[in-house]
Design a protein around this ligand. Structure first.
Ligand code: NAD
Length: 467
């Protein structure tokens, strides 16, 4: 097995952050490594910009629609840069840019409007919605643009301003996006800051911030909630997942295998809502393992910019080391690699798409979030046991049930403890639906009108009908 050591987090000279191409492991550009001391001025600017931005909803809508057009127009620059620093295939980066623009358009069109309350009393109560103020946003490296847009589109549409920090592994496309948007948005409405920790920690605990919206891992989410508690800023946390897919006895394996495979391996498995473990009926177990393994063996792995690539590298060295660690532990625990099981002997952070069979159910690759191109498949005899195993976790992001009888599949899906459950699909999302993890997978709601209200505070006017 190859022994090349993964690099640690990006490093560069003082004040600069080196950005590595995960397809080579080499630095190809750099970004500012901003000092937390710069945040006072940045947050002050966001507060000043808020006055004008909150005042005129029509001007806001116009600016956000112009911003969406600017993103579309910059797609040919944004997508390759995103692929270069993140690793995903170019077509997926282009789709991410398109979703960024779509999100701006979706939220620009939402109007929270005042709502009367009628409860039989001789008073007229009306609920209005007010923006909160400057919002801090922290984004991970798996979908840098799409997740940034999931934060700034509703926050700005609601009339807030934002200071947004991307991951130090993927600052470049977000910085470019920031400059593209600055052509359409007034100064200070959206500011991108980049740098190593403690930049994020200082941002979320800054006294001028009124709402913190974070996407990332559960441990960091805890630290963010603690940081925001200092100023009692409102917190929205979108955290990790360990989604289970349960296959039922009547599933047609050949029919669903492609969909199931890509629900686990898209973006190299670095999706919060990827299928991260599969429970298959014992009778179908070998067939399911082989169908997935065959797809893992034939997936085209390569640099995201190479035409034909279906799976890029893992984004960064520490993440690759984590994927290797989980896999090695599972193999040591007695699992069998039906496909893959090792990193690839080539430069960059490539790991062979891996399907693990005969994995002990308590192996960390099953119980924790591996967040990489590795999928454990577990057999079950009794469906109740599979549902119990799927729910026996602190995670509660998503889950799915696969079978031919849709009513039966839905009845099983109804028993899953998570925020979204799919039938014969996984991780298909609409801009209009709420997105919320249960248990330790999240706090608050993003997506749809709920995502807009998450960025607003109710203001009630209560007056009698007569003086
Ligand atoms: P991470 O928690 O390590 O980092 C996320 C972000 O937080 C980065 O920008 C990082 O620089 C910043 N950060 C680190 N320490 C901080 C601190 N003390 N205060 C403030 N910010 C800090 O996560 P990651 O490795 O970048 O991303 C992978 C994780 O994100 C996975 O767990 C995945 O499931 C999760 N994720 C969740 C969703 C969701 O919507 N639920 C979506 C995508 C990713």
């Amino acid at each position: 097995m190859p022994t090349r050591q993964p690099r640690r987090a990006p490093l560069a000279g003082a004040g600069r952050l080196a950005v590595l191409d995960p397809a080579t492991g080499e630095a190809f550009d750099e970004a500012p490594d901003q000092s937390p001391d710069e945040l006072d001025a940045v947050v002050d600017r966001a507060r000043e910009a808020w006055r004008g931005w909150r005042a005129d909803p029509i001007a806001r809508t116009t600016a956000l629609l112009a911003a969406a057009d600017a993103v579309d127009a910059a797609g040919a620059d944004l997508a390759p840069l995103l692929t270069r620093e993140q690793g995903k295939p170019l077509a997926e980066s282009s789709a991410e840019v398109a979703r960024t623009a779509a999100r701006l358009r979706y939220f620009a069109a939402l109007d929270p409007g005042p709502r009367p309350i009628t409860d039989g009393r001789p008073v007229r109560s009306e609920v209005h919605w007010r923006p909160l103020g400057p919002v801090a946003a922290i984004v991970p490296w798996n979908f840098p643009l799409q997740l940034a847009a999931a934060k700034f589109a509703p926050a700005l549409a609601a009339g807030n301003t934002m200071v947004l920090k991307p991951s130090p592994f993927t600052p470049l496309a977000t910085r470019l996006l920031g400059s593209v948007l600055s052509a359409a948005l007034p100064e200070g409405v959206l500011t991108i800051v980049t740098g190593r920790e403690p930049l994020g920690a200082r941002l979320v605990s800054h006294p001028g911030i009124r709402h913190v919206t974070f996407t990332g891992s559960i441990p960091t989410g805890r630290a963010v909630a603690q940081g925001a508690a200092a100023s009692l800023a409102r917190v929205t946390l979108e955290l990790g997942g360990n989604d289970a897919a349960i296959l039922l006895e009547d599933v047609e394996v050949d029919r669903i295998a492609d969909r199931l495979f890509w629900a686990a391996f898209r973006n190299c498995g670095q999706v919060c809502m990827a299928v991260k473990r599969v429970y298959a009926p014992a009778r179908l177990y070998s067939q399911v393992v082989e169908a997935l393994a065959q797809r893992a063996r034939s997936a085209v792995v390569g640099a995201g910019l190479d035409p034909g690539t279906q799976l890029g590298p893992v984004n960064n060295g520490p993440q690759l080391a984590r994927v290797e660690r989980y896999t090695a532990r599972a193999l040591a625990d007695g699992a069998r690699a039906a496909a893959g099981g090792h990193r690839l002997d080539r430069p960059g952070y490539f790991f062979a798409p891996t399907v693990l069979a005969d994995v002990p159910p308590d192996s960390p690759v099953v119980t924790e979030e591996q967040f990489g191109p590795v999928l454990p498949v577990l057999p079950y005899e009794d469906l109740d046991d599979a549902v119990e195993a799927a729910n026996d976790t602190g995670f509660g992001l998503g889950g799915s049930v696969w079978g031919s009888d849709l009513d039966r599949a839905e009845a099983v899906a109804d028993r899953l403890e998570c925020g979204t459950a799919w039938i014969n699909h996984h991780a298909e999302l609409s801009l209009a639906q709420p997105f919320a993890g249960t248990k330790e997978s999240g706090v608050g709601v993003a997506g749809g009108p709920w995502g807009l209200y998450g960025n607003l505070s109710p203001f009630v006017v209560h007056r009698p009908e007569e003086a």
